[in-house]
Design a protein around this ligand. Structure first.
Ligand SMILES: NC(=O)c1ccc[n+]([C@@H]2O[C@H](COP(=O)([O-])OP(=O)(O)OC[C@H]3O[C@@H](n4cnc5c(N)ncnc54)[C@H](O)[C@@H]3O)[C@@H](O)[C@H]2O)c1
Length: 331
């Protein structure tokens, strides 16, 4: 079966589902239907994307032409755990929007539900498939910066929108946003060893309940070191705001910088720039799903497989504990 032949069933038809649908249709992938209990959400997707919709996800999951379920419901455990228990009965591979859950314990429960039912589960960490990050990864792999030793990620801007779920959790900017960066670094540099985190909130951001800024110092088993800043209380730096966060990787022969679609490499020989035209929204979403469907077709393991993703959720969880307790937390 080719990637284009898989039938995708979307579970959850809210905000981010728009990007999924736009990206998949743009990639020539086949979405056969969507499910959401909210009639307004269903109508909006029927009108814009011409897909069949259902109020009950199980009705969609039961369709013979649905081969993969792409789940974009909010990541609260009270929503995801009962939904997963119902979906796995249909035996179809599940893609789950990041983060799996807000805590390691809840994420583990969700992964176990899939494992107990022998249903493959992967996490929609499309940050690994962002075209500019893929270009940077290729350059690192090709040895163009020599041995990498330090990476900095800066995501700074201001958030003050009354979103239905975004910002409403006790854990916010790291769990919902910074997790993209933690997944990327896990892919690039492997297992983390320990983390020291500081975080807080800006009392002026009335629409947010959790952390609005966080700074993580992370040590990796490989010797790599990273500093990851997600600061959505900064009124002054939209230039480095997601999806244009600045990613800098230093190696002993060069420095690689990604700012949005600008990728540049600076070595003793000077600066080289690389053209990247496709973007995080929506292209990374389409690239992610195409790569996943290809791995399914070929029976290959996939890079964001659920159990292996627990390492990423574990780092996020450890960072919250580090900030609460003011100490380094080891893996
Ligand atoms: N770049 C990214 O990858 C990215 C961006 C935004 C959001 N997200 C993630 O996507 C998830 C959803 O975010 P959103 O902004 O789309 O939220 P949203 O509130 O806009 O949409 C969620 C939808 O899920 C539906 N839903 C709830 N329970 C359901 C159920 N049992 N069955 C079917 N549908 C159900 C709701 O009715 C709603 O329409 C969150 O976990 C968030 O972290 C990821």
């Amino acid at each position: 079966m080719k990637a284009e032949e898989f039938g995708i069933g979307m579970v959850g038809l809210g905000g981010i589902a728009n990007v999924h649908l736009e990206a998949y249709q743009g990639e020539g992938l086949r979405v056969v239907g969507g499910a959401d209990p909210d009639p307004a959400a269903r109508k909006a997707k029927e009108d814009r994307f011409g897909i069949a919709t259902y109020d009950d996800a199980e009705e969609l999951a039961a369709r013979d032409d649905v081969h993969v379920l792409d789940v974009t419901v909010p990541h609260e455990a009270e929503i995801r755990i009962p939904l997963m228990q119902r979906l796995v009965k249909h035996g179809k591979p599940i893609v789950l929007q990041k983060p799996v859950a807000n805590t390691h314990a809840d994420a583990l429960r969700i992964i176990e539900i899939a494992e107990e039912a022998r249903v493959p589960l992967v996490v929609h960490h499309q940050s690994l498939f962002v075209p500019a990050f893929q270009a940077a990864h290729d350059l690192i792999q090709a040895g163009r910066i020599g041995d990498p030793y330090f990476c900095q990620i800066h995501n700074r801007g201001w958030w003050e929108f009354d979103h239905p779920i975004f910002g409403k959790n006790e854990r916010w900017v790291l769990a919902s946003m910074g997790i993209h960066h933690l997944a990327l670094l896990d892919y690039w540099f492997g297992a983390w060893q320990d983390v020291y985190a500081m975080m807080g909130r800006d009392a002026g951001q009335k629409c947010v309940q959790g952390d609005t800024w966080s700074v993580l110092n992370i040590r990796y088993e490989s010797g790599m070191r990273a500093m990851v800043q997600n600061n959505w209380s900064c009124r002054d730096d939209e230039a480095h705001n997601h999806p244009n966060e600045e990613v800098i990787v230093q190696g002993d022969r060069g420095t690689l910088t990604v700012r949005g679609n600008e990728v540049s490499l600076r070595t003793d020989a000077g600066e080289e720039r690389f053209d990247v035209t496709e973007k995080w929204f929506p292209h990374a979403f389409g690239r992610f799903m195409r790569a996943y469907l290809q791995s399914l077709a070929e029976g290959r393991p996939f890079v964001t497989e659920g159990r292996s993703n627990l390492r990423v959720v574990g780092l996020m969880d450890a960072a919250y504990r580090s900030a609460e307790q003011g100490r380094v937390v080891a893996a």
